[in-house]
Design a protein around this ligand. Structure first.
Ligand code: NAD
Length: 426
């Protein structure tokens, strides 16, 4: 059976851009920002759509559609991943670009927000077709990207190899090697130590801090469920497991696996490395993705895609803590239900910021041609994540709001202040 890479748009229960705007409207109310600036920040700065041909291995020509959206370039060059998925559409890319603006601002790194994507199920392409598609899409993006204007990175469906092809395509176009054009590259072409693990690791660092709210919880008694077993989900599972937490449920596009006594994370990772996904993994009870989200557990880590926790399932969620590895996994209606139930949510722009933080380190290393060791990367990552986590907790207390609104208002304030200092051109 061929499984679509992820659920097509009609199976999603929400429009991510509506979610992003609704979160923005909730947060901005707490800030004293001129109406014109509030309106300015609701709009993406630039939206780019490309339709381009790819020659399949059998000689057929097939057309693909890709996007790149720059939401904001106020704090610096725009930064954001590239997603390959059948569910990619302009509203999704707009939302992801806007969340990148807030994520970078919250993390205190000098970037605006961007995102890109191609409507494609990468699992249906041969390695050669994937390379052709990537190189052509990268060539189409040349007017928008550069190490000083817009720096892409991996997201769902893309990986370090895809970043290497983009780096090579850009470098061939300008005539010299430009490692700083993308982050999340393999180490041997200017990648950073720790970048692959950074997002999942940051998620678990946030989880560990948030669990302190419940006093001295013992890792071995803390049950963690993770939806998504790709870069973010699998790394989060391994890191949580290495710290002694009990990973009882894990799922991907093929469904979920549950074992109340704890799953063998490394055997699952080996299985995925061999088979591509978890379909057919037998060491645990199989369940649907819907059942996975409502399993009995202490911590739920959505690490797949947007719109997974909605008004339809929020009241059945049993976790007391949700740490968002994915971008936009929770709709505003679900937020209200969970907040009323007293579920503590560490929001996406905080919880998954580890990826862009280490991407920033990678860009700095590339520009300086001076590379750090893994210990240094992880030390700086931890410092940055803790700083953001506690700034958000303090803002939540100060404004008497939930963590999502606190993270957003801190970020929006930073960008709005910079807008007002820079002024409006001309
Ligand atoms: P990935 O492609 O490596 O993995 C995605 C995983 O989600 C796979 O296991 C896939 O099978 C699963 N999945 C996809 N659709 C699903 C569905 N409908 N139901 C259940 N599972 C599904 O992607 P990733 O890089 O791990 O990204 C996951 C999420 O984390 C995305 O929301 C992404 O935007 C976000 N994120 C990623 C990074 C990063 O550094 N890669 C950084 C910040 C945020």
């Amino acid at each position: 059976m061929v499984v679509a890479y992820n659920a097509p748009m009609e199976q999603q229960t929400s429009n991510p851009f509506e979610t992003a705007l609704s979160q923005y409207d909730r947060a901005v109310r707490y800030l004293n920002i001129p109406d014109g600036v509030v309106e300015f920040l609701r709009y993406p700065r630039r939206e780019f759509t490309v339709n381009f041909p790819v020659k399949r291995d059998n000689g057929d020509i097939e057309m693909f559609t890709g996007y790149r959206v720059h939401h904001s370039t106020v704090l610096g060059p725009s930064k954001g991943g590239i997603r390959y998925s059948l569910a990619v559409n302009l509203d999704e890319v707009r939302a992801l670009a806007m969340w990148m603006t807030w994520k970078c601002a919250l993390a205190g790194i000098p970037y605006g927000g961007a995102k890109g994507g191609v409507v494609v199920d990468p699992k249906t392409l041969s390695p050669h077709e994937l390379e052709s598609l990537t190189r052509r899409y990268a060539a189409e993006l040349i007017p928008l990207i550069s190490p000083h204007s817009d720096i892409p990175a991996p997201d769902m469906g893309t990986n370090p190899q895809v970043m290497a092809w983009i780096m090579d395509t850009y470098s061939m176009t300008v005539g010299y090697s430009v490692p700083a054009i993308v982050t999340g590259k393999p180490l041997n072409v200017g990648g950073s130590q720790g970048r692959n693990e950074a997002t999942g690791r940051g998620v678990i660092l946030c989880m560990v801090e948030a669990l302190k709210r419940w006093g001295n919880t013992r890792p071995e008694d803390t049950r963690v469920v993770i939806q998504g077993f790709g870069n973010v989900g699998a790394t989060a599972a391994s890191y949580a497991h290495s710290l002694g937490y009990k990973v009882v449920g894990v799922g991907d596009i093929t469904g979920g696996i549950y074992n109340p006594n704890g799953l063998d994370v490394s055997s699952m990772r080996n299985f995925v490395a061999e088979h591509g996904d978890l379909g057919g993994y037998a060491e645990g009870e199989s369940l649907s993705n819907a059942e996975l989200l409502t399993l009995p557990c202490d911590v739920l880590v959505p690490a797949a895609m947007e719109g997974q926790i909605t008004a339809q399932n929020a009241d059945r969620i049993q976790a007391k803590l949700i740490v968002e590895g994915a971008n936009g996994p929770t709709t505003p209606e679900a937020d209200d239900i969970l907040n009323d139930k007293g579920v503590f949510i560490v929001p996406d722009i905080l919880a998954n910021a580890g990826g862009v933080v280490v991407s920033y380190f990678e860009w700095v290393q590339d520009l300086q041609a001076f590379f750090w060791d893994e210990e240094e990367v992880y030390r700086q990552l931890q410092r940055q994540m803790m700083r953001c986590y506690y700034a958000t907790e303090n803002a939540a207390e100060e404004y008497n709001v939930d963590m999502r609104t606190a993270a957003q208002l801190l970020a929006i304030k930073r960008v709005a202040d910079a807008v007002m200092t820079r002024g409006f051109y001309p």
